[in-house]
Design a protein around this ligand. Structure first.
Ligand code: 3EB
Length: 325
């Protein structure tokens, strides 16, 4: 059994999970509500495009311990640790040092709880492609993240967390992360240059993330944490229109899942996907095509978001798992 499962639930029903001591995280979407007293509750300030009010639920296999360490909210259950942290920004050109501090606090909390291996990080901040102090904010973020990972000795190119870096319209830097007691396997995409080897045209510090992390939780139980995946082949963005970018993204996802499945007795099965679509694009045709690719029952959550390269219109991340027996 994996130490937790992830699924989408209507917000109205989602609150019922708060009474379950196995709950690791309840993630809401949309305009930020006042900070919750419950460390398991958090919010991603992006508008959901399905017309519903979904929440993402991380349900553990056994009861969780929860708390707050130096502003880092956590829940852990002996195998897996979920963390989240929200820092205000004092100035738009100080994102780089703020990111370093945020990562240091995240790593310190994970270590203090006994889960030193950060497998997966989600990064959200505003004005992601805007210049501030002569550097695009996404590029400044990459500089700050790398500095923290280097200090943690986690920047080694074989143990980088899987990640997403997404633009919001709400101010502040929000980090969400999954950590474990033992490491996962880093998976790179054969169709793409590893992000940590991107040439310097994309910024002074190449982005420190892996394309996916394959985690063996024991026996036949595996999770594949899939980083934000976009229409990038080699290191270059491809195609100008949404559906062509989506097709390339789906090829990238298939290649990545196939690469990870080579380490497995049986192919990994997609569990769910989170889809980020740039504002003012109609997500309906994309939803239909993704459902045709992965089957009509694949859970999809669509969010309106800015992506870290101006020309990218869609980005997909998700979870795959070993087939349930
Ligand atoms: C790309 O392939 C698209 O900097 O953490 C995707 C996932 C992207 C994570 C990150 C960036 C990040 O380069 C951008």
């Amino acid at each position: 059994m994996t130490p937790f499962t992830v699924f989408y639930s209507d917000v109205a029903h989602a609150s019922a999970w708060l009474n379950d001591d196995r709950l690791l995280a309840l993630i809401r979407f949309g305009s930020p509500s006042p900070p919750a007293a419950d460390p398991r509750v958090c919010a991603i300030p992006l508008c959901e495009l399905g017309g519903g009010a979904p929440a993402e639920i991380w349900l553990g296999a056994r009861s969780a311990h929860t708390g707050v360490l130096d502003g880092v909210h956590y829940a852990d259950n002996g195998d897996a640790l979920f963390l989240h942290l929200h820092l205000d920004e004092s100035a738009p050109d100080l994102l780089s040092p703020l990111t370093t501090v945020a990562y240091q606090r995240l790593f310190a909390a994970a270590r203090a709880r006994g889960y030193p291996h950060v497998l997966r990080v989600w990064n959200y901040f505003s004005a992601i492609t805007r210049d501030a102090g002569g550097l695009e904010r996404y590029r400044a973020f990459c500089v700050g993240r790398h500095a923290a990972l280097r200090a943690e000795r986690a920047e080694r190119e074989t143990h980088l967390p899987a990640a997403s870096a997404i633009g919001t319209s709400e101010p502040g830097l929000r980090l969400f992360a999954l950590a474990a007691r033992s490491p996962g396997w880093q998976i790179e995409n054969p169709r793409q240059v590893s992000a940590f080897h991107y040439p310097s045209q994309y910024g002074p510090q190449s982005p420190s993330f892996s394309r996916a992390i394959l985690k063996h939780w024991g026996e036949q139980d595996y999770h594949l944490y899939i980083s934000g995946t976009a229409s990038v082949v080699g290191h270059a963005s491809q195609h100008l229109d949404l559906m062509a970018q989506l097709d390339e993204t789906l090829l990238n996802l298939a290649a990545l899942i196939a690469r990870a499945s080579q380490r497995m007795p049986a192919p990994l099965q997609p569990v769910l996907f989170r889809v980020y679509v740039r504002p003012d694009l109609d997500p309906a045709p994309a939803r239909e095509r993704i459902a045709r690719t992965f089957g009509p029952d694949i859970p999809l959550l669509f969010l309106r978001a800015e992506i870290c390269r101006r020309e990218l219109l869609i980005e997909i991340e998700g979870l795959a798992a070993s087939a349930t027996r």
